[in-house]
Design a binder for this molecule. Sequence first.
Ligand code: HBI
Ligand code: FE
Length: 294
Amino acid sequence: MPSGSPDFHSGVNQGVAPVTYGQGERPPRGDYAQARADYTCEQDWAAYTPEQHELYRRLFERQSAQLPGLACDEFIAAVSQLGEPSQIPRFEALSETLFRATRWQVVAVPGLIPEEAFFALLAQRKFPVTGWLRKPEEFDYVVEPDVFHDLFGHVPLLFEPRFADYMQAYGIGGLKASRLEACEHLARLYWYTVEFGLIDTPAGRRAYGAGILSSGGELRYSVTSPQPQRIAFDLDRIMRTRYTIDSYQASYFVIDSFQQLIEVTAPDFTPVYARVAASSVLAAGESAPGDRPR
Ligand code: HBI
Ligand code: FE
């Protein structure tokens, strides 16, 4: 399966390493043999070449230039915490800064990891960051999450206390969701919030999803294009809605605040899963009664 919007990975709801992509096996980009039982591994920072640091810097520069007016303020305020953009950050140093802020850490993983392992790390306030970086020819399009997507897309909002708590609550919820269809429903919640979420602000609609914020083209598209459907956040609606991973999103869900994410994920999801299982599944971009356009 080709990636989602350019710069975004596919197969996220498979998450079983090595991940298969549609037309059969794709060799994993990371070395899973070196990973520990919890799928974490060491970041081999010395192995990054000057060319890789330069590619990371160019990606960082391109995305940073686009943020004003498109990314939420909390993200823009925290991007500088990633450190000097001329080099791929050392995860250990970044974790010290992040831990002081919200008690989260960044841990290296070889790539996509099984959902159970992923949930377990989030539940411990450990965010798994892929060690490898895309190739120069993948500047605009990478199939799986690389270190730029994970660091630039996901880490800044882990400095935002309410979002940081939401991410841990999500991991804890994932560990409870032992049934397969619940994991599929949770993967949709992750996709339409953590990866492709939009937020309404007094200054207008802004992006907070990592898949959008790390994408060269989808950041502007998701916030400004008249083409996609934008719907007010609704947990049942999100869990009923499939997502596409080979194009820009056809649907985006808009929250009012990060506090809303915390409140919505506080209760046990069992009744939600039951309601969703009794409802029809919706295609990305499909309208449904009760939708509140945003
Ligand atoms: N593994 N490393 C990594 N990064 C992810 O974002 C990720 C994953 N495994 C599973 C997964 N995401 C998805 O299943 C989420 O929807 C839970
Ligand atoms: Fe991601």
